[in-house]
Ligand binder design. Structure first.
Ligand SMILES: Nc1ncnc2c1ncn2[C@@H]1O[C@H](COP(=O)(O)OP(=O)(O)O)[C@@H](O)[C@H]1O
Ligand SMILES: [Mg+2]
Length: 203
């Protein structure tokens, strides 16, 4: 499979374009790195790719077909700040299992302790929460992951662990990844190919 954005242009406000005619292709068997300066529009592109911003010019296609917005979106976004995507009044078990129910074996592989399932989001660290948000996004219907600075706020050891388990899972299950970061050394390690946002975003 192949996820493509073709000729995407977008502005939050009239006459202040953020994205100009951007085209990217992400195959299922690859990790594509996307590097760019802070404020350049990377997260905006991520939101468009995963269906969070409906009004844009251009096309988002999987195998040349538009994504049906009525069904589960096979393109899932993982954010930099997991706590912002979690209901503070839900226990972690409910947060994890909102979209699908991962096995204990998978929870273990993602380094999620059984004990954490009973806690509230504010009782876990950023790295622990990010493990939940990654596993939560890997519903068997997910075909592509948009990873928007997912390890930026984590320490080096946690960063390596999280990427290792995500990359392994994606490889085994044929999930394509767009890995977005301002950190070139990280992208060199995790990506098959690196794209430069400033070169794609024609001004
Ligand atoms: N909801 C919004 N409304 C208006 N402007 C926004 C909104 N979200 C982001 N922006 C602006 O769009 C630009 C690109 O932001 P963003 O896509 O978050 O960049 P990056 O992820 O590369 O740091 C920034 O100037 C930011 O202030
Ligand atoms: Mg961003």
């Amino acid at each position: 499979m192949k996820l493509e954005c073709r000729n995407i242009s977008f502005a939050y406000k009239k006459n202040s374009p953020i994205l100009n005619d951007i085209s990217i292709s992400v195959p299922s068997d690859k990790v594509i790195g996307l590097i760019g300066d802070s404020g350049s529009g990377k997260s905006t592109l991520c939101k468009i790719l995963s269906g969070y911003l409906p009004k844009y010019d251009g096309n988002i296609l999987i195998d040349n077909k538009p994504i049906d917005s009525k069904n589960y979106n096979p393109v899932q976004l993982i954010f930099q700040h997991p706590e912002k995507t979690m209901n503070p009044k839900w226990k972690m078990k409910n947060i994890l299992e909102e979209s699908w129910v991962p096995s204990k074996e998978l929870r273990d592989r993602f380094g999620i302790s059984d004990d954490w399932l009973k806690r509230w989001p504010n009782e876990l660290s950023g790295g622990e929460l990010q493990r939940f948000s990654i596993l939560r996004s890997l519903n068997p219907k997910t075909k592509f992951i948009i990873a928007d600075e997912i390890s930026t706020m984590l320490d080096a050891v946690t960063q390596v662990q999280i990427w290792e388990v995500l990359l392994n899972y994606a490889k085994k299950n044929n999930i394509g990844i767009l890995a977005v970061s301002h950190d070139k050394s990280l992208l060199k390690v995790v990506s098959d190919e690196i794209l430069y946002f400033n070169e794609l975003n024609k001004k």
